[in-house]
Design a protein around this ligand. Structure first.
Ligand SMILES: Nc1ncnc2c1ncn2[C@@H]1O[C@H](COP(=O)(O)OP(=O)(O)OP(=O)(O)O)[C@@H](O)[C@H]1O
Ligand SMILES: O=P(O)(O)OC[C@H]1O[C@](O)(CO)[C@@H](O)[C@@H]1O
Length: 322
């Protein structure tokens, strides 16, 4: 087993609040273990282009509360090619990196699995995506902050919706996962919540809105990945109830920005410490996560994608939205 002396770390895919807290925790832990850490800028792009910077905890301590990622991030098409991956292996050798920590979503983890087929470098993944769609962890970095931002926006929308007795369709992010939609919708008392994981939710909405009589607001939270788009939802609603004043609000990237919540800062700290200690102890190809509120390492191969809405959440959706 090679003694780990130099770790490379990068953030990849969509930025997520809490990534900077995780970076801080990695570097702080590494310093106590006598390990040097280099930041690889712009995700896999920086690995291809040999774009590395030294990281010190003193500086990161002042930046851990910031949203986004101070290392910058990218969606890298070049890394998907053989040439991109070979150049990345060269960067690893040229900089004498002994291990990598990748903070990102399922795409990033797929990228790490590709890299591991042509390189023996040990690595640990930290789940960082607002979508909360990674297996092996209760929560991903950024999810809680994104939900809190969405909640603030939907609360604001309710004020104006109640004043005008309007129907509002609010589209939230999540790619093909309904987690942001469920958490923000339930937390805001939405009348209907549409998620890609359920087809029944749309039937419930149409049943409910048929009898809506414009004397109240009616809030529908729609996951961007739902099988029915907000525009389609809008025209279907209008076809079953013509007496409706309806507006659409797409929250978009507002949800991804902003300072991380306390929960995401703590998650970043816990996962950063776990990932660094794991590499130091000789672990490799694992993901750092939390299960039942305990830091947990799990085998990387199976850690890629998951968006199972468990029975309890399903029951809540039915109770509040049917
Ligand atoms: N199958 C793959 N093989 C090699 N590299 C991949 C693969 N899938 C994704 N990647 C790399 O990982 C990068 C990040 O993936 P992606 O853009 O899907 O974001 P993500 O990590 O899933 O994060 P988020 O959930 O925030 O979008 C891609 O831009 C690409 O460089
Ligand atoms: O910022 P981009 O590249 O448009 O990606 C947007 C996507 O990224 C995420 O914010 C995170 O995966 C998704 O919720 C969304 O679909």
């Amino acid at each position: 087993m090679t003694k780990i002396q130099h770790i490379g770390i990068f953030t990849s895919g969509g930025d997520a609040p809490g990534m900077n807290a995780a970076l801080f925790a990695v570097v702080k832990t590494a310093e106590t273990l006598g390990i040097k850490v280099s930041g690889i800028r712009r995700g896999f792009e920086g690995l291809i282009d040999d774009d590395l910077i030294p990281l010190q905890s003193q500086q990161l301590q002042k930046q851990m509360h910031l949203g986004g990622t101070i290392l910058k991030t990218a969606r890298s098409e070049r890394f998907k090619s053989k040439l991109g991956q070979e150049k990345s292996v060269q960067t690893i050798k040229d900089n004498k990196l002994d291990a990598l920590i990748a903070i990102g979503g399922d795409g990033t983890f797929r990228g790490m699995l590709s890299l591991s087929s042509i390189s023996n470098i040990p690595f640990i993944g930290i789940p960082g995506t607002i979508d909360n769609d990674i297996a092996g962890t209760d929560y991903t970095l950024g999810f809680d902050s994104a939900v809190n931002t969405a909640i603030k926006c939907i609360d604001n929308i309710r004020d104006t919706a109640e004043s005008h007795n309007r129907v509002f369709l609010v589209e939230v992010m999540g790619r093909d996962s309904g987690y942001i939609s469920i958490y923000s919708g339930l937390s805001c008392g939405a009348d209907s919540i549409l998620i890609p994981e359920s087809a029944q939710d749309f039937t419930y909405l149409l049943e409910k809105i048929k009898n809506y009589s414009s004397e109240d607001a009616f809030i529908v939270v729609v996951a961007e990945g739902d099988e029915v788009s907000v525009e389609e939802v809008s025209s279907k609603i209008r076809s079953v109830n013509t007496d409706i004043d309806l507006r659409i609000a797409k929250l978009g990237h507002i949800q991804r920005g902003g300072n991380p919540s306390a929960q995401d800062r703590m998650l970043g700290i816990r996962l950063g410490v776990l990932a660094t200690k794991a590499l130091f102890q000789g672990e490799s190809n694992k993901m750092a996560g939390v299960r039942n509120n305990r830091p947990t390492l799990s085998a990387f191969e199976s850690r890629v994608k998951e968006h199972i809405i468990d029975a309890e959440l399903q029951a809540l959706l039915t109770l509040f939205c049917k």
